[in-house]
Design a protein around this ligand. Structure first.
Ligand code: AMP
Length: 544
């Protein structure tokens, strides 16, 4: 067979050739723009030509600090197509982490949204590798700024070449993308994606047993484009010729509901907190969501009750998936096998709330203390993954050897695997609770709390205990706080778990702290309450 190179530029060229009239709807700070793939492709070529004029060469890293919009999508294709590396930077990082990753990546040019400029203005004197800044906004002039040289994206594009030919020298193993893990401890770690890994991962997003993205779809990725390449959806949707809807900056649940309704979105994707927010909006106002054929939910465990509400009350099919920055990200997706279709609704929900079965192309193992665990849905072990879109190291990072061993990625996720091969995430290694020598799953407890109609969010963390080693402590955000809700919740949970699983205390909070990508930041709770049992008796922390 031909030694054909699997490259990102060929993915754009397909959209340009076969779907020139298909539209990308892009919400920016000032308006909603509609741009065809023909226009996008020309703008991608213009951008690549001006980046080249600015001195960007093959292998150089180009950073983006941006929301989900069409200019960001153009950067997704222009940068890899000219042989450079698209480094998507998390806009919610601390100044310290921003400085660390821009310097570690050695970014040469930064593309920055206008409203995010202050983040870089504050630290620009600590970014020695950056030779030029480009502000992404609607205007053709760059605003006044301490950044220098600072160009306007639209101004530059005007001077660019719409017929620019991409390099023909790309090798599929060349780096195309770079994303740092959203570290909650230590410095972020960089993961480099290759043209080949992006191409193969995109192909899998199109499989019917996976996300089934196709030309018929209108895809709205709510997951940020700086979170594992918006789960690979910008690449796959463009390549496969889907229409796209990009929700832009500072969107609200109302904006999302309106976009789904008005643009007839068929697939959308994001972390559970986004969908919990949308549910609250749906309770306030009614929208027509009948175009939706799938909400893809990943990044943290999707509470089964949320899946039930979307499917039964709002008739929107839900799809639970699992992955991580190191895995491009898709590893498993939860779809019933055909012989599971005749199970009861409850049984089906229990299966679909799991993280699911590994997608074709990857291999997994679940390894406990005594080797591979039984496929019984009970025994727990760490999930190991390997395959063509799984990283084999962190970018120039000593910590690689802790996670990559014997050709496998050690995910740090503790899971069970059932007879059908469906995995269920029990916890991150560091979140698992060990009480009196037995394991308690914080995820199971959280899901159970979130199944109560009064509960909006719940997090359960381990706190050190003098007798039991650790005990679970529950944190709950409730719709309204009645004096007997705590007891009611305790009763509710007690029906489902053994006594020793029940958290000794339920603490009501206004909000669960979140990470930069919207997951529960359980470390913050663990740290704050680490001395909960260390306090003098009768003088416990009482935050309720
Ligand atoms: P990130 O690299 O930021 O995407 O984080 C990856 C981690 O998120 C994984 O290692 C899991 O711990 C967690 N995660 C991702 N998807 C799910 C899911 N569907 N259910 C539970 N945890 C998940």
């Amino acid at each position: 067979m031909m030694d054909y190179q699997l490259t990102v530029q060929s993915m754009l060229e397909r959209a340009e050739k076969y779907f020139p009239k298909k539209m990308v709807v892009s919400r920016t700070l000032s308006n909603v723009e509609r741009i065809s793939y023909r226009q996008i492709a020309q703008r991608v070529r213009r951008l690549a030509s001006v980046l080249e004029k600015l001195g960007v060469q093959a292998g150089d890293r180009v950073g983006t600090l941006a929301w989900n919009h069409h200019r960001h999508l153009e950067a997704y294709f222009a940068i890899p197509s000219m042989g450079a590396v698209l480094h998507t930077i998390n806009i919610r990082l601390s100044a310290e982490h921003l400085i660390y990753i821009i310097n570690h990546a050695e970014d040469r040019v930064l593309l920055i949204d206008e409203d995010l400029l202050p983040m870089i203005e504050k630290i620009h004197d600590q970014l020695p590798t950056v030779k030029a800044y480009i502000v992404m906004g609607d205007r053709e002039e760059a605003p006044a700024s301490v950044l220098s040289p600072l160009y306007s994206y639209e101004g530059l594009l005007k001077e660019g070449d719409p017929a620019y030919s991409f390099t023909q020298k790309l090798d599929e193993k060349d780096p195309a993308g770079l994303c740092y893990t959203s570290a909650t401890t230590g410095k972020p770690k960089g993961v480099v994606y290759t043209h080949r890994s992006i191409f193969l991962h995109s192909m899998v997003l199109g499989l019917k047993d996976s996300m089934a993205i196709s030309e018929e779809d209108t895809v709205m990725y709510v997951v940020p484009m700086f979170h594992v390449n918006a789960w690979g959806m910008p690449f796959a949707s463009t390549w496969l010729g889907s229409s796209q809807v990009l929700p832009g900056p500072k969107f609200t649940p109302k904006i999302l509901a309106e976009l789904i309704q008005n643009e007839q979105v068929t697939i959308t994707a994001g972390v559970p907190t986004i969908w919990l927010g949308l549910l609250q909006e749906l309770e306030k106002e009614s929208y027509d969501l009948s175009s939706l054929r799938s909400i893809v939910c990943g990044g943290s465990a999707a509470p089964p009750e949320m899946i039930r509400t979307f499917e039964q009350k709002y008739k929107v099919p839900f799809c639970h998936a699992y992955g991580m920055t190191e895995t491009s990200p898709l590893v498993t997706i939860s779809r019933l096998k055909s012989d599971q279709q005749n199970l009861s609704d409850e049984e089906k929900l229990a299966i679909r709330a799991k993280q699911g079965m590994v997608v074709p192309g990857l291999e997994i193992r679940v390894v406990g203390e005594k080797g591979d665990v039984k496929w019984d849905g009970q025994e727990m072990g760490e999930l190991l993954v390997r395959g063509p879109w799984i990283a084999d190291q962190y970018d120039r990072d000593e910590r690689s050897k802790q996670s990559f061993k014997d050709g496998w990625l050690y995910t740090g996720d503790i899971v069970t695997i059932d007879q059908e091969g469906f995995i269920k995430i029990v916890d991150r290694t560091k979140d698992l609770i060990k009480s009196g020598g037995e394991w308690i799953s914080s995820v199971d407890l959280e899901n159970a709390f979130m199944a109560h109609p009064e509960v909006l969010e719940a997090a359960v963390v381990a706190v050190p205990h003098p007798k039991w080693q650790e005990r679970p402590l529950a944190f709950v955000v409730s719709k309204k706080q009645t004096s007997d809700l705590k007891e009611e919740l305790r009763r509710f949970i007690s029906q489902q778990f053994p006594k020793w699983w029940i958290p000794d205390e339920i603490i009501f909070l206004k909000e669960i702290p979140k990470t930069s990508v919207g997951k529960f930041l359980k470390r913050a709770l663990r740290e704050k309450y680490s001395d909960y049992y260390g306090q003098a008796k009768g003088n416990r922390v009482d935050a309720s």
